[in-house]
Design a protein around this ligand. Structure first.
Ligand code: IMP
Length: 429
């Protein structure tokens, strides 16, 4: 399997970090290729909990190279904190982490702009971003003239470039009511310092990946966020600013499609969402609160409580096709184990008609009513189960129905946060 990608199929937070960490030992290189510090990937190893924002989850497997690819937007102080925290715990980061010189840099004005416009409403609702400057940084990337790539920070005209952008941004931000934060010399000194500390990790990565693939190395691509947050194919405008579905792997990494041989789609056994936007199967009742408590559904990056609801097979069928998924990893099955009954959304009703396709316009998605199938819960602790055949009948029936509705086999079932709490239904190698 030259290239395998691990892609979230819902609105992010599907526990992709655990799957990447489990698979990493079969790969030579792990690549992050989109998003930035808005991502929060949690990996639990024994009593240690690692929270990663930019660095691929493969970093915890010594001997595997981890690449932050060109499509990522990089927050230098945040990645430096991640590096320091890994080094403190004895993880060999110096040997195993490389950052593309093509990544775009999140600068203070991006964060200020994100904060200033976050309250703007889209159809009466705020997007509710992570306030990490992600959208404004991607906006500058596509606008080009005010963009700063990591490689620019090592060029002789870096200070000049920053000064001219600061002058422009100060004018823009003052119109948004932000006036107190942009001093070009201070920003140059601060970011010049970060650039020096990052220097050992920075390199051209695209040729590196091509060489590796041609030499027979295996690469794992680690998606951030989820397919429903994809800028082009998600629930626009309540999305992130990158291609977070499987379609983003090639653009963000520089690896062409011919090398991607397998896609593992990761979904929770229920659904969560943080931030604004429609969520057809959202639960506003005690069951929703119960799922939030049992699943500890609070954001890794922002600490915000996540909105919780039933599994939406209409949405996941769509994203499994969009992302080219071969098999599913079903996460957090243990969380449903205490519920007396479980539901799966099998279709929607829109304007009196039954539909089984995910709508393209957010206004239609706001109007859909989920059509549910209800199944008895299994009410048995599954966290110690390690083989599919040892799961209670109810849990197996639930997984079988998901397989049928989504049209992809369940290859992995996760029954707890630890590496060991995993059932491999099919071989992934
Ligand atoms: P942004 O990526 O910070 O611009 O946020 C845009 C939307 O994507 C908001 O609804 C965020 O809550 C959501 N979002 C961004 N990153 C993540 C993530 O890693 N997990 C879940 N939701 C995310």
């Amino acid at each position: 399997m030259a290239g395998t990608s691990v892609i979230g199929l819902q609105w992010g937070d599907e526990a992709k970090g655990k799957i990447v960490d489990l698979l990493t030992s079969q790969f030579d290189i792990v690549v992050r290729y989109q998003g930035g510090s808005n991502a929060g990937h949690t990996v639990v190893l024994g009593d240690q909990v690692y929270k990663l924002h930019h660095i691929p989850s493969g970093i915890l497997n010594h001997g595997v190279m981890n690449i932050v690819g060109p499509g990522v937007v990089l927050n230098p102080p945040t990645i430096l904190q991640e590096i320091d925290s890994l080094l403190e715990r004895g993880i060999p980061v110096a040997e195993n982490l490389r950052i593309s010189d093509r990544v775009h840099v999140v600068l203070p004005w991006h964060i200020a702009e994100d904060r200033a416009i976050n309250e703007s409403l889209v159809g009466g609702e705020s997007i509710g971003t992570t306030l990490r400057g992600i959208g404004p940084c991607y906006r500058d990337k596509y606008g080009r003239s005010n963009a700063v790539r990591l490689g620019d920070m090592y060029r002789p005209d870096f200070r000049e470039k920053i000064s001219s952008i600061v002058a422009f941004k100060a004018r823009l931000l003052s119109q948004l009511g932000v006036s107190d934060m942009l001093d070009a010399a201070t920003i140059c000194d601060e970011f010049g310092g970060y650039a020096e500390r990052l220097r050992p990790y920075v390199q051209e990565t695209t040729h590196y990946l091509h060489d590796a693939l041609e030499a027979g190395k295996k690469i794992l691509f680690e998606g951030a966020q989820g397919s429903l947050l994809d800028i082009d194919h998600g629930t626009f405008p309540f999305v992130t600013s990158s291609n977070s579905s499987g379609v983003g792997v090639c653009g963000g990494s520089g690896v062409p499609p011919r090398w991607i041989k397998r896609v593992l789609g990761v979904a929770k056994a229920y659904t969560t969402r943080v931030g604004g936007g429609p969520f057809p199967t959202e639960l506003h009742d005690q069951t929703g609160q119960r799922i939030r408590d049992l699943g500890n559904e609070y954001g890794t990056t922002t600490g915000r409580p996540r909105r919780c609801g039933w599994f939406d097979a209409v949405a996941v069928r769509y994203t499994a096709r969009l992302s080219g998924v071969d098999g599913l990893a079903m996460m957090m099955l243990d969380v449903l184990s205490q519920l007396p009954e479980v539901r799966i959304c099998v279709a929607y009703e829109l304007n009196g008609q039954r539909i089984d396709r995910f709508p393209s316009h957010v206004d239609d998605l706001r109007l859909v009513q989920p059509i549910y199938e209800t199944m008895p819960g299994w009410e048995t602790d599954v966290s110690k189960v390690r083989r599919l055949e040892d799961l209670p009948d109810g849990a197996r029936q639930y997984l079988d129905r998901v397989t049928q509705l989504v049209g992809r086999p369940v290859d992995v079932v996760s029954v707890g946060p630890d590496r060991e709490q995993t059932i491999f239904a099919n071989s992934l190698s």
